[in-house]
Write a protein that binds this ligand. Structure first.
Ligand SMILES: *Cc1c(COP(=O)(O)O)cnc(C)c1O
Length: 219
């Protein structure tokens, strides 16, 4: 079942890459496993997946000890991170995609733990969304880049949800522009509904949950 869904996602990735004349190794598939049990992560790992996205510190803290060794797994935090939970985050995750303030950047720096990071950028006016204002990217980057323990990969964004993936395209194009402006390579953008469009627009990381694991019972 998961194997079939993974094949479908892989074909969609391949088709989008060929339209954009890009190569498979330019895109990392981040399997979003929030709300699913640890056994699902083990199963996905067995099928060759290595990058996993989780939204909640507490949920992943419960799941982590239940996981097999998974020596090559890279766990990405893709949900909002409060500064007071940053210590836990650096213990649990290899990548934090949701750095959205100077304060949080400074906390991650001060923990001194090696970590890959991305700056989450808010490109829509939705109140419900977290993310740094595009104007504050330089100061967040300055803090991150001053930290020897932090490896700055690039930018991440979540456009307003839409069933029609094409509607996300302007947000993806905007994130790519901002990354170029700031000399950043990685772009984490695209979810189940729009990862093909994101790849056409230059995504280096797509975060896919539902298309791999089915719909979630909890949000
Ligand atoms: C839940 C989530 C995803 C995955 O969404 P799907 O639509 O299930 O693919 C990706 N990114 C973030 C930030 C999420 O919270």
């Amino acid at each position: 079942m998961l194997q079939d869904r993974l094949s479908e996602v892989e074909s969609t990735i391949e088709r989008a890459l060929s339209r954009a004349r890009r190569k498979r190794e330019e895109v990392t598939l981040v399997a979003v496993t929030k709300t699913f049990p640890a056994s699902v992560i083990d199963e996905a790992y067995a099928l060759g997946l290595r990058h996993f996205g989780e939204n909640y510190i507490q949920e992943f803290e419960t799941k982590r000890p239940q996981l097999a060794g998974l020596p090559e797994a890279n766990f990405h935090l893709i949900g909002h991170l409060q500064s007071n939970k940053s210590k836990k985050a650096v213990e649990l995750f290899q990548t934090v995609e949701t750095v959205d303030s100077v304060k949080l950047a400074a906390r991650l720096r001060d923990h001194g733990v090696a970590l890959d990071v991305m700056v989450e950028v808010k490109l829509s006016g939705e109140d419900s969304k977290h993310g740094a204002d595009p104007a504050s990217i330089p100061e967040v980057l300055e803090t991150l880049r001053s930290a020897p323990n932090l490896n700055v990969l690039g930018l991440m964004t979540i456009p307003p949800w839409t069933e029609v993936g094409e509607q996300s395209r302007p947000y993806f194009a905007k994130l790519r522009e901002l990354a170029e402006l700031h000399g950043l390579r990685s772009l984490s953008m695209g979810m189940s509904n729009d990862f093909d469009v994101a790849i056409e627009e230059g995504a280096t990381h797509v975060r896919v949950g539902t298309a791999l694991f089915g719909s979630r019972t909890r949000p």
